[in-house]
Design a binder for this molecule. Structure first.
Ligand code: BES
Ligand code: MN
Length: 448
């Protein structure tokens, strides 16, 4: 068998797996995609293994030369699962049939995270063909990132020795802009929960009972409105207690990104920005925690009117966290606050979903400088931007906790790539660019 050369057609095959982890009906597709990935790693002459979990399988693949005790090992993490995608969400074509439009690959997962992890695979594949990279490499590609990576910690724990490494590398974050090499040095954490209020035991005629019986939607909207102060600050008591103070250099680095509020507004396609007073948009996103209402349900939602007094109302909430907030503590505070503020006229039920810790790693320490050098090289000597991301990659803090190593966040996604949205894109050129970045990075890590 000839040594594999991974190319654009393999990337397209990868994108054709509709690996929506949130959808239990896709469990078989998840397994098929894991098997496909393992076959690619085998073609690359890596040693793959599919690790079963209670959810979607994890794919591991190793390339070990060993020999010198000083030889470093790099763990490259990615995820093959994607966010849901339906034609009704505004896609201009089948989300799982990639299309190349003006140099951009349009498909669900093209950037988040299939394109980005595939670029690393291409980089390593090419190196193996030429005798191997300067470090040993372990790929870990999971299928549950978009639903909180609940089963991955157990895999890390049970394989701790096997996964021992000097540093982890992840491309699952944004660059500051097109062709702006970016090292992300922090991520927000998350705490997700759901609130359900029950009033009357069944839906009622709003004429016959309205005005006399409590309406759970009215109660819910008041509760939700009380999550924020007028200033945009989160009103949950104790919420900011553990929030770290950002250093002066960080605010300077945020400014140096050259992303004005107007640009964030343009990207969002929103008539106005919102949030906490006293911070720029980019600072709010990277440095400040939030309370967000992700969905709200209750009563009649079909066409035309219906005079109903609903029995139930519910909302999905997420809180984005910054160092040193703890997702469980925050969920406790929120639940306590909701319980305290909720009138006894309805029944309150709070369900907890996933949680993830925030992450922070000083980019001037450890392998940070090596990463900066490699990024700059891959982008023709450009200056590197340092970014605090608003999104969450739950496993990053777990890697630190279980494997004891930091993670270099070297994303290849652009703010305009519409991750999680309709017509998600990835610049096809960034596959090669990412492969070169991977090669420069492994080389610099070996040297550092
Ligand atoms: N790639 C994102 C995380 C991300 C987004 C990092 C934007 C930097 C900028 C990742 O795939 C993701 O979407 N994570 C989820 C995690 C959640 C479901 C626990 C997120 O942030 O919502
Ligand atoms: Mn995502």
């Amino acid at each position: 068998m000839a040594l594999s050369h991974l190319d654009q057609s393999n990337y397209y095959d990868f994108l054709r797996f509709a690996t929506v982890s949130a959808d239990p009906a896709r469990a078989q597709i998840m397994r098929e995609c894991a098997i496909w990935l393992a076959s690619k790693f085998r073609e690359m002459r890596m040693e793959p293994e599919i690790v079963a979990t209670p959810g979607a399988p994890v794919v591991l693949a190793k390339w070990k030369k060993g020999g010198s005790a000083k030889r470093r090992t790099v763990l490259i993490y990615g995820h093959y699962d994607v966010q849901p995608a339906e034609m009704g969400d505004g896609w201009t074509g089948d989300p799982f049939e990639p299309r190349l439009i003006d140099g951009m690959v349009v498909a669900r997962g093209s950037t988040d995270n299939k394109g980005q992890i595939f670029a690393h695979m291409m980089g390593v594949a090419e190196k193996i063909k030429a005798g191997g990279p300067e470090t040993d490499v372990i790929f870990l590609v999971e299928g549950e990132e978009e639903v909180g990576s609940d089963n991955l910690e157990a895999v890390l724990r049970s394989r701790k020795e096997e996964l021992a490494c000097d540093v982890a590398v992840i491309s699952d974050t944004n660059m500051a802009g097109p062709d702006k090499p970016t090292l992300t040095y922090g991520l927000r954490g998350i705490s997700a929960l759901e609130v359900e209020l029950t009033g009357p035991s069944h839906d009622l005629h709003s004429g016959v009972y309205g005005g006399a019986v409590v309406n759970p939607i009215t109660v819910l909207t008041r509760l939700l409105a009380g999550l924020h102060h007028q200033t945009g600050q989160v009103a949950v008591p104790g919420f900011y207690k553990k929030v770290r103070k950002v250093a002066a250099w960080e605010r300077k680095a945020a400014k140096a990104l050259g992303v004005p509020d107007a640009e964030v507004k343009r990207q969002a396609g929103s008539p106005a920005l919102g949030g906490e007073r006293g911070f720029s948009a980019i600072e709010r996103i990277g440095m400040r925690p939030t309370a967000e209402i992700n969905g709200i349900t209750g009563g009649y939602q079909g066409p035309g009117p219906k005079t109903v007094l609903p029995s139930k109302a519910s909302a999905k909430l997420t809180f984005r966290l910054v160092p040193h907030q703890d997702p469980k503590e925050i969920a406790d505070l929120v639940e306590k606050d909701l319980k305290k503020r909720c009138p006894k006229t309805v029944k309150l039920k709070v369900t907890r979903h996933h949680g993830g810790f925030p992450y922070f790693c000083d980019p001037t320490k450890g392998f940070g400088p090596a990463a900066s050098k490699a990024l700059s090289q891959a982008w023709g000597g450009k200056r590197v931007d340092y970014l605090l991301e608003g999104g969450t990659i739950p496993i990053v803090s777990v890697i630190k906790k279980v494997l004891g190593v930091e993670t270099l966040l070297v994303g290849l996604s652009l703010p305009d790539c519409r991750a999680h949205g309709p017509d998600e894109t990835f610049p096809i050129e960034y596959l090669e660019r990412g492969a070169k970045m991977n090669q420069a990075l492994l080389k610099e890590i070996a040297r550092a």
